[in-house]
Write a protein that binds this ligand. Structure first.
Ligand code: ADP
Ligand code: ZN
Length: 750
């Protein structure tokens, strides 16, 4: 603890304000971003103040800015340690496109190129140097760095230093010499995935001194998660691909063989996809990866070997055609979608068969490692079968509370999983069958008893005499099997021992007493198109799609000309904003997010001409600088009719008539033969898209003013605190409906 006089403290705080103002000016001038994101500001400040730090931000959270901005504000050279050449190249490309003098150094470069970089450093021009750890740690390099002024060391993918993490790299271990040899230069560590114990290990391994540890939210709100049991794998993959024409996507498979098979099948159906796995030679791998980055091919089908070196920001979907190994792996792999912050889809297809495949692959491991791997596998299996909000479950796994009740961005919250009518009774039936079997059988056997199968083993054991034999004879075996998984996922049942025998847990005992309700879903109907999320509709709000496409062509042509990936020129977010604002002058152009000085100079006029040409043929307003107002939906006045109209499911639309008649949620649920949770989703659509402002048909009139007052009093509109402030007297549903109906609330918070 440092003690200061009041005057001194004041001086420090003024100095801090000045530093931050400078950092913001750089962010605006170079990157074209108007403000820092949560935690970026703290991370930047700790770098500016020269304090060691560990920064954990999810993929796409904006870690690079945390050290790149300070690198430009401080004197000297920032040295960035990065594990892979392709990552370095991407970052250096992007920095150069923003007019920043940056370079990477590696063994593939000629001596001359390296000498040239060294002289840029000596002249004090180069601001950022990217280097791999093994290269950095050579005596020559360390001696060189001693002879110049280094502003900071930034260590990317810092979890690689810890063998407790999921991606240990021994060469990272040597990095502790940095603090030993350069004790007065701050070291900053950045990573997307580091639970508490790994963070502590990073501090220890690097020998950081009084490090500031900053941990962001693990949630990725722009990702829509869907987890579906496999019924026809290829068909399910194709459905997702078709939702994203001409967009980049990754399909992950467990084995090389499946990669080849899936890529082949897609190609034979006319969907262009390239395979990627460790069995391909270096050259093919590089070629396929390059084709993907350059948008020459939309889809990569890959084993998990793919992705570590990929920073492509506009991957719009990630499909897991098989179960990932663990929740950490899932978070990382699915996290490759939507780095640019635009809505993207993550679909996980799972099956019991995949679990068996993994188990077989784990066989050769030594017992303790195998045990750990099996636990990780069962966590992800439970997540899939949990049928609880996916965002919430993922956050909870990483020890964070999501804080919202309905995420609006997963299959569960979007009401795409239809629940069975009476889950308590169904759950009781299954649990009592487990008890009747003396908790001495596995899931498959139990399901067969419940369906009343004519199985030799069952008959021999006399289990056809049990009262629970054939108790669910009208249900498909696969559905029963799924419910058992869901009951395990929700901790009503446990699997025990080598033979994975089912046991009723204490939670299960409470279900038997009808004290708790499980979530049990009916198998998804294949024809039901997934619903578009509200966020997705909002991000297109006011965007002229035709213009967006035109600008995209322009960008892609320019990218080809310059031999760089398209996203290095402009991200899709920037193009969308251009197509929404439609600047008519360079000064308005400058106000577009992502438009730094250098890009304005390089591409401003070109895109302005493109805009002029397009707008000359269309009656479009220009310079629409008002921000999008989320929540106030409906097709924008300037878009061609129909084009940006929200895409609702047919079922939702067919419910609108009932809502208009003022029918209650229960009545509509009965009428449509769907769960109340499902039709509640339809009702929110109705309110949203028809601009309804009066919730009284669905919320008791006397409660509306009370809930409204609580909403007004709330700082951020999060439902849970409001629910608690109202002492649980009003349901989440009621609060949500009132909130939806009060437009200004929607603008403020949604
Ligand atoms: P990470 O390394 O954490 O995965 P990146 O540094 O690649 O994330 O940033 C993700 C995306 O967010 C990039 O497109 C980046 O330009 C953008 N970004 C970063 N900071 C901001 C900001 N303050 N405002 C707007 N966009 C930002
Ligand atoms: Zn959810």
């Amino acid at each position: 603890m440092i003690h200061m006089h009041v005057g001194e403290a004041k001086r420090v705080s003024i100095a801090v304000d000045e530093m931050l103002a400078k950092a913001e000016e750089v962010l605006q001038r170079v990157w074209g971003y108007s403000s820092f994101r949560p935690l970026q500001q703290e991370a930047v400040l700790s770098a500016l103040l020269g304090r060691d730090s560990v920064v954990v931000l999810p993929t796409g959270g904006g870690k690079s800015v945390c050290f790149q901005v300070p690198a430009l504000c401080l004197d000297g050279l920032a040295v960035v340690v990065s594990p892979l050449i392709s990552l370095m190249k991407d970052q250096v490309d992007a920095l150069q496109a923003n007019g920043v003098d940056a370079a990477f150094i590696n063994s593939s470069q000629s001596l001359e190129a390296q000498r040239e970089i060294a002289s840029r450093i000596r002249e004090g021009r180069l601001k950022l140097l990217y280097v791999a750890p093994e290269r950095l740690l050579t005596d020559r390099m360390l001696d060189f760095l001693r002879s110049i002024k280094v502003s900071l060391f930034a260590i990317d993918e810092a979890h690689c230093i810890s063998d407790w993490g999921h991606d240990f790299r021994p060469e990272y271990r040597g990095l502790r010499v940095l603090k030993e040899r350069f004790s007065n230069i701050p070291v900053h560590a950045y990573t997307a995935t580091a639970p508490e114990h790994v963070r502590r290990d990073i501090v220890r391994q690097l020998g950081l001194v009084d490090a500031e540890v900053l941990v962001g939210s693990f949630d990725r709100p722009n990702l829509v998660y869907r987890m579906l049991p496999i019924d026809n794998r290829l068909q399910q993959i194709i459905e997702v691909v078709k939702r994203h024409p001409e967009q980049s996507g990754i399909v992950y498979c467990i084995s090389r063989k499946e990669v080849e098979r899936t890529a082949g099948a897609l190609n034979s159906l006319g969907i262009k996809a390239v395979p990627y796995h460790a069995g391909l030679d270096d050259q093919s791998r590089r070629r396929h990866q390059e084709a993907f980055i350059r948008d020459e091919v939309d889809i990569v089908v890959a084993t998990v070997a793919f992705g570590m070196g990929i920073d492509k920001p506009d991957v719009r979907y990630v499909i897991h055609a098989g179960m990932p190994k663990s929740i950490e792996h899932y978070q990382q792999e699915s996290g490759r979608a939507g780095r640019d912050g635009l809505e993207s889809e993550c679909v996980l297809l799972y099956s019991g068969g995949d679990i068996l495949t993994w188990k077989r692959m784990l066989d050769p491991l030594e017992p303790s490692a195998r045990e750990r791997a099996l636990r990780a596998l069962s966590s992800i299996n439970n997540l899939c079968n949990g049928a609880l909000c996916r965002h919430r479950s993922l956050s909870a796994y990483f020890g964070q509370d999501l804080g919202v009740d309905n995420c609006g961005a997963c299959d569960v919250c979007l009401g795409e999983l239809d629940q069975v009518e009476d889950p308590i009774t169904l759950g009781q039936k299954i649990l009592s069958c487990v008890l009747r079997l003396d908790q001495r059988f596995g899931a498959d056997y139990t399901a067969k008893v419940l369906v009343g199968a004519n199985d030799r083993r069952i008959l021999q054991a006399g289990h056809d005499q049990l009262s629970t034999y054939g108790l669910l004879k009208d249900e498909p075996l696969a559905a029963i099997r799924q419910w058992i998984e869901q009951l395990i996922g929700q901790q009503f049942l446990m699997r025990e021992g080598e033979y994975q025998l089912l046991r009723v847990s204490p939670t299960g005992a409470r279900l038997l007493k009808r004290e708790l309700t499980p979530i049990l879903t009916v198998p998804p109907k294949r024809t039901a198109a997934p619903r578009r999320t509200i966020a997705e509709n909002q991000s297109w709000e006011g965007v002229d799609r035709g213009l967006f496409e035109r600008l995209k062509e322009l960008r892609n042509r320019e990218a080809q000309l310059r031999g760089v990936p398209a996203y290095v020129i402009f991200l899709d977010t920037t193009l969308r904003e251009l197509a929404r604002v439609r600047p008519s002058s360079l000064s308005v152009f400058r106000r577009i997010k992502g438009m730094g000085d250098q890009k304005l100079k390089d591409y401003g006029q070109l895109f302005l001409d493109g805009l002029d040409a397009y707008c000359a043929t269309q009656p479009l307003t220009r310079d629409v600088l008002t921000p999008v107002q989320p929540g106030t939906s409906g097709p924008s006045a300037t878009s061609p009719p129909g084009q940006s109209a929200p895409n609702l499911s047919a079922a939702a639309v067919s419910s609108f008539e009932y809502w208009r008649q003022g029918m209650t949620i229960e009545a509509v649920a009965t009428k449509m033969g769907r769960a109340t949770s499902t039709v509640f989703g339809y009702l929110t659509d109705f309110i949203h898209f028809e601009g309804i402002t009066d919730p009284s048909p669905w919320v008791p009139a006397e409660s509306i003013p009370i809930i409204t007052a609580a909403l007004k009093a709330s700082e951020d509109g999060r439902l849970k605190p409001i629910f608690e402030a109202l002492e649980g007297k009003y349901s989440y549903e009621a609060i949500r409906l009132v909130k939806l109906c009060s437009r200004d609330e929607a603008i403020k918070h949604e």
